[in-house]
Design a binder for this molecule. Structure first.
Ligand code: PGD
Length: 773
């Protein structure tokens, strides 16, 4: 019998699942959502999919030989065991390592989006659990905007003001004349938000802006990085050359006397050093439009005209998150901020700079006057940490020094890698190197509902539930709706919540009191809600009590005025509302960063050539520039097996877009399967020939589940189309050490051999059960 369940929530929005025999067979989007995410269509069929992990599994070699470094990960079969056995084995291993090496030998950085829900948030659960044992080696920053966050914290104080809590769209619609976009405002990304949004409104805001006469100019190798809803002037620049274009815009402003020097004096420090650099002092190279044209292919005349237009109008400069996931990714956000300061438009309605309109759904929604309900995570007793994208370096180079944001740190020696709610085989770069790194620790533990790449490379795999299999509370920053997320179906096979798994482990390890505090899951939901309600009352926001909230199924906070202008107080009175920088102002030259002495991040924004781009010598062998961006048909790697994602595949492979000239030169037609390769690895993908992409550029999104032709081989040839077999595993710079997965040089050829089958959604080899406890 089909039943329609009360509303549920996910990273891609609010919906009502239609359920038959324990499976979601359809979804009904929230009726107040003006633009529901197409990604909801990935949910039907996913709950009972064969890619789910049915019960605890142990890698055969680990079961036989015990913990230790092993090249067998990702290659050997798994043995199914009972929960009791799995909890025994894992608690013994945790105890061994804690006794012998202490909590500093456990890596719990465990990055990943997992699923929506405030209590069953996998990162919070794992961190709370490991903290209750004494702590863990943590990770800092994100794969999303690691470089942007670090640089903006340094030069503008609180990076949130420029990344998450930015000027409201409504203010832009009413005040902005010109939006200059580096990297796009792609609607595909605005269908998604951590925690999910109840109403997707970015498309509407873009339409309103266009209807109000806001002009859009965008620099990107991809035409559709700005939605078709708005008419935009597209400048298809050479990937990685935004910084020269921005420097040339600065040059024109200086050269033609268009800089607002009074605003610079009030709000910034260090313009003189930057001005000298732009004019060629020191290196003898004026960063003129002609110089930028040679690097970017954007005509000098276009740059000159745009600079004048920016100075003469209320101009918003937007840099997308993707731009800072490249070599020297700190520079584009720093320059965007600098340009906005030169225009004198920081903190003015509809002007200034932001990192990431369109990068997720809620950017441009006004901040709420209250935070979200949270699960307390306790205190971490271990000081050691890594920048999140340096995980392979940590495992491959224990004890070796590295730099990060002014600190000289050492990579810790890790015995246990413990992951819950993330898939590094999706999010990390250079997967061949990553696999070598995963051979190093003694034990790898993964909680995931599905047989992801990371689960396949673990020693102990514990099946966790998906959102619809448990009760939770849904809430999202800058979204007014608080949701009851009611359990809709029974957990699949033997899967359990992360909380239940950690509770059993804690009981075995004698730390149950610290981890559970004696509460059941239902009691925790009430507890975290009650704590949130107390805070709401303190700031004068009336909210229902837990029972009423649970009964009614949702609660709507008053929508704040959509007239928020970021840094307005600072603009009005910088002495009264200083930024959290050493000078209290925007630092166009930062003495602090200069003092670090980094060769890859000097004291002011600057151009440094990327290692791989269309002007580097490697183009002799790898003449195409790969853009490995976030996908349109799924969130990262989540539910790649769902309908929306599967419909986009070409002969079962991830679609790769390429320009007609590049296709013709290689004898490739639309719909062909192609092989993409460089020295790091190779993958198959399905050709989509398109005029919406710049010549010599190809675009292959992340998230096709890793599917090596031969899992036992050391090289990586993914038959499905995971671009992270091709990307480089190096930090953005010594400052932020952020992810640089967006770009790589590659070659493409037509695949003429028989097509290997896709096995990414089949469980790995599973040995018959060796025990029956
Ligand atoms: P997801 O696919 O969302 O990717 O990387 P991330 O690791 O977040 O993985 C989440 C996992 O959580 C899934 O395997 C899912 O099954 C699991 N999960 C869901 N619910 C639960 C639960 O309740 N419990 C547990 N234990 N597990 C659960 C995303 C990262 O990738 C990000 S944010 C960005 S922006 C990066 N972008 C790029 C890029 O632009 N280019 C490249 N080349 N690489 C990137 N990687 C980064």
């Amino acid at each position: 019998m089909k039943t329609t369940h009360p509303t549920a929530s996910s990273h891609w929005g609010v919906f009502a699942p239609v359920i038959e025999d324990g499976e979601v067979v359809a979804v009904q989007p929230f009726d107040q959502d003006p633009d529901p995410s197409p990604l909801l269509d990935n949910i039907p069929g996913s709950i009972r999919h064969r890619a789910r992990v049915t019960q605890p599994m142990i890698r055969a070699g680990w079961l036989e030989h015990g913990p230790g470094p092993s090249g067998g990960r990702g290659k050997e079969p798994f043995v199914p065991v009972s929960w009791e056995t799995a909890i025994d084995l894992l608690s013994n291993e945790l105890k061994r390592v804690l006794d012998e090496k202490g909590p500093g030998a456990i890596y719990g950085g465990s990055y990943g989006w997992a699923s929506a829900g405030r209590f069953h948030h996998a990162q919070s659960q794992i961190h709370r659990f490991l903290n209750s044992l004494g702590g863990y080696v943590a990770s800092v920053d994100t794969y999303s905007f690691g470089a942007g966050n670090v640089i903006l914290n340094r030069v503008a104080g609180n990076a949130e003001n420029l990344i998450l809590n930015v000027t409201s769209w409504q203010v832009i619609v009413e005040n902005t004349d010109l939006i200059v976009v580096f990297g796009g405002i792609p609607l595909k990304n605005a269908t998604v938000n951590a925690g999910g949004v109840s109403r997707h409104r970015t498309r509407g805001y873009l339409r309103d802006a266009a209807a109000n006469g806001v002009e859009f100019v965008h620099f990107s190798p991809l035409r559709d990085d700005v939605a078709a809803e708005v008419t935009s002037t597209w400048h298809p620049l050479i990937p990685g050359s935004d910084v020269p274009v921005m420097l040339a815009l600065a040059y024109v402003l200086i050269d033609e006397g268009l800089v607002d020097r009074a605003a610079l004096d009030r709000l910034t420090v260090g313009f003189a050093q930057f001005e000298g650099y732009v004019c060629g002092d020191g290196d003898g190279i004026p960063k003129s439009p002609e110089w930028a044209e040679a690097l970017s292919s954007i005509p000098a005349r276009t740059i000159r005209e745009l600079a004048r237009k920016m100075a003469g109008n209320r101009t918003l400069i937007n840099v997308s998150w993707s731009l800072q996931r490249t070599d020297h990714g700190e520079q584009a956000p720093w320059l965007g901020l600098t340009l906005a300061a030169m225009l004198g438009q920081i903190g003015l309605p509809g002007g200034g700079f932001a990192l990431g309109y369109g990068s997720i759904s809620t950017i441009g929604e006004a901040p709420l006057p209250i935070g979200l309900p949270v699960l307390p995570m306790g205190n971490n007793g271990v000081d050691a940490f890594i920048p999140v994208a340096r995980i392979a370096d940590m495992l491959l180079h224990p004890g070796e020094p590295f730099d990060y944001d002014g600190k000289a740190l050492t990579y810790p020696e890790i015995e246990i890698v413990y992951w819950a709610g993330g898939n590094p085989f999706h999010h990390h770069q250079d997967l061949r190197r990553f696999r070598q790194a995963l051979a190093r620790p003694s034990t790898i533990v993964v909680h995931d509902p599905y047989w992801t790449g990371m689960a396949r490379h673990a020693d102990i795999v514990l099946p966790s539930t998906v959102t619809l299999e448990r009760d939770d509370i849904g809430a999202t920053a800058r979204d007014t709706r608080l949701m009851v997320m009611r359990k809709a179906v029974e957990p699949y096979a033997e899967s359990r919540t992360d909380y239940a798994i950690f509770s059993d482990l804690a009981a075995k390890l004698g730390t149950a009191d610290r981890f559970t505090e004696g509460r059941t899951e239902a009691e925790w939901l009430r507890h975290i809600y009650d704590r949130w309600q107390d805070k709401a009352v303190q700031v004068g926001i009336p909210v229902p009590d837990f029972d009423q909230f649970w009964e009614e199924g949702s609660f709507e906070l008053d929508r704040p005025e959509q007239s928020f202008v970021t840094l307005q107080d600072f603009q009005t009175d910088p002495a009264q509302s200083p930024l959290r920088t050493p000078s209290g102002k925007i630092e166009i030259f930062s003495e602090t960063i200069d003092g670090f002495g980094y060769d890859d991040c000097p004291g002011h924004p600057a151009w440094m050539e990327p290692a791989e781009w269309l002007r580097s010598p490697e183009t002799d062998r790898f003449p195409l520039h790969l853009i490995a961006n976030n996908p349109r048909t799924r969130l990262h790697s989540q539910l790649d097996l769902g309908g929306e994602s599967q419909r986009s595949k070409v002969q079962g492979r991830e679609p790769v877009r390429l320009h007609p000239d590049d296709a013709i030169a290689r004898g490739i037609s639309d719909g062909d399967v192609v092989r993409i390769f460089n020295d790091r690895g190779s993958c198959l993908a399905g050709a989509v020939v398109s005029n919406d992409i710049r010549q010599s550029v190809i675009q292959l999104s992340t998230g096709a589940w890793f599917d090596p032709l031969d899992p036992a081989a050391d090289g990586v040839f993914c038959v499905h189309g995971n671009p992270n077999v091709l990307t480089r595993d190096v930090g953005t710079s010594k400052l932020a050490q952020g992810c640089t997965g967006q770009h790589a040089l590659v070659q493409v050829e037509r695949w003429n051999d028989p097509l290997p089958p896709i096995r990414a959604y089949d469980p790995p080899m599973i040995k018959s059960r060796v025990e029956s406890r």
